[in-house]
Design a protein around this ligand. Sequence first.
Ligand SMILES: Cc1ncc(COP(=O)(O)O)c(C=O)c1O
Length: 392
Amino acid sequence: MKDKNEKIPLADIELGEEEVAAVTAVLRSGWLSMGPRTEEFEQRFAEFLGIKHAIAVANGTAALHLACEALGLKEGDEVLCPALTFVATANAILYTGARPVFLDINGPHDLNLSVEDAASKVTERTRAIMVVHYGGYPCDLDGVRALAAKYNLKIIEDCAHAPGAVYNSQDGPYMAGTIGEIGCFSFFANKNMTTGEGGMVATKDEQLAEKLRIMRSHGMTTMTWERHKGHSFSYDVVTRGYNYRLDEMRAALGLVQLRQLPGKNARRRELTGYYQEGLKDLEELILPFQGALVGSSCHLFPVVLADGGRRASLMSALAKQRIQTSIHYPAVHRFSFYRRFWPPEHPHQLPHTEDVVAREITLPLFPTMTEDQLRKVITCVRAVSGIYSEQN
Ligand SMILES: Cc1ncc(COP(=O)(O)O)c(C=O)c1O
């Protein structure tokens, strides 16, 4: 997201000679659509997660859609999901005809979904819970698993922010995306690893993996690449499918970006630690997820203002200093399209979400951010918050 007018962008990507060489090699190979590099990317990604199956797809939204459909969600079903997320989470549920039932967050200190609220919203129509690891901080997956076991719900993990995040469960550590039935990843340009557009679906389940693979490519039993290799001459169509394939240029980018991911996530954690240190004494700010750095992929650095009325002035003061900020997120249940899905029995009272969406600001965070840039952001936030001291 390079923006020349912003001295410190919200997010930035780093693409080097390795990526250029990898994409060039694909172009020289003459095979551009899904093929051997995609297979290798899937294998490496599955190994990285320590899970059996990873299926590359066109984007994170396609990953979520396939997950919902492969799990059999349909009209009349309800799926629990947080309202504090990107709209794609809820859109993917709607694609199947099922209805999202929005969950509140835990509060300004923990922007992840509240399992207690989820428990109160289960009905006889609830089939699944789609969790989001907000900003790369794993949500309460032990709580989610207990709830899912009690009501026989499927768990879909929206891991768009969380590649490489680790959840420390009661029974040991789990990579985000490996606890639920299906984990979904996005490689959009502002994510921790990027292929421009791209996504991945991960599952332990052999049958689900097969279904996802087939659905990704028109419901066909064999792929162009297999036919090209002479392994197959015909195909059948066995289910409703889509063209959600990834291409070889993106897979080649993904292979390089995946190798770099652990180092970049570590740098994100380091920068987040500096931010927390530099801002923790400000009474005007709440820093969510304090103490949750270990295990986080630190996709975002959100802060919550004590006084939401000051948000616009803080954001514009930072903009004047050429520091880009954002809001994650406008709550999905508040969008005019989504208001229609409020059934009378679910009044969608989400007090913590309503409160936080009016007070949150996301500050710049990206692996190539320098300590000077970070200091500048901290200094400006402190100055605008009114307790800037000369020694800073
Ligand atoms: C939480 C969340 N879910 C889903 C998506 C959708 O991913 P994509 O843009 O790759 O379709 C995104 C990002 O864009 C996201 O932030």
